[in-house]
Design a protein around this ligand. Structure first.
Ligand code: HQG
Length: 180
């Protein structure tokens, strides 16, 4: 059952962040899908999913990756998109330091160019070290970079925090990165 929920979570990430067209779904400009339509199209595409299970995936997801709107009629991913949408988050003052977990094999390039958002909308940052370490571990031997977020903010850079607590910014020049 647990692995079923994980499989569904991964499939939701795919259609709500990257390829809604894969099941003929359209997201609105803020990334919301109609909940009923999502269920219908997922079922049509061959994955059995009912509302109760969808609610379980949203509620129990370890990173709270997905959220319903207040009346539950719409659902979206809270961050991590590669398609162009506007999540509508308000610019927010960050703590003095935030953390970015990456892999040692990227260090040389990051030392050269700073942190880029790559295929995603933003560079993703964590407020705690364990999260950063597990994010970095997805790519190889993890290494944690300390980001001088307050200094960036003071210099006019915008930060956003997603409803599931991931800090987002456009890019991070080398001068704001502390390497271990
Ligand atoms: C690296 C997961 C070389 C960057 C996580 C990262 C997160 C560079 C990789 C969310 C670079 C991109 C995002 C440069 C950045 N040279 N490498 N100049 N600039 N990089 O997956 O931050 O589980 O797009 O360090 O928890 O790893 O999907 O980003 O290693 O919140 O919900 O390029 O995805 O959330 O990798 O992860 P990603 P990320 P979910």
């Amino acid at each position: 059952m647990k692995s079923d929920l994980k499989r569904i979570s991964k499939f939701l990430s795919l259609v709500l962040r990257h390829q809604p067209e894969k099941i003929g779904l359209t997201l609105d400009s803020q990334g919301w899908a109609n909940t009923q339509e999502l269920l219908e199209k997922i079922n049509k595409s061959g994955t059995a999913l009912n509302l109760a299970t969808l609610q379980e995936v949203v509620g129990n997801n370890n990173k709270k990756r997905f959220a319903f709107n207040p009346d539950g009629s719409k659902i979206r991913a809270s961050q991590g998109h590669s398609i162009q949408i506007d999540l509508g988050y308000t610019p927010t003052q960050p703590p003095e330091f935030l953390y970015h977990g990456t892999a040692t094999r990227f260090l040389e390039s990051i030392q050269q160019d700073g942190l880029n958002k790559g295929a995603r909308h933003h560079v993703h940052l964590s407020k705690d070290l364990p999260t950063a370490k597990s994010v970095g571990g997805r790519h190889g031997v993890p290494v944690i970079l300390t980001i001088k977020a307050q200094a960036m903010f003071d210099d006019g850079c915008k930060f956003f925090v997603s409803v599931n607590g991931v800090w987002l910014t456009d890019s991070i020049p080398v001068k704001y990165i502390e390497f271990p």
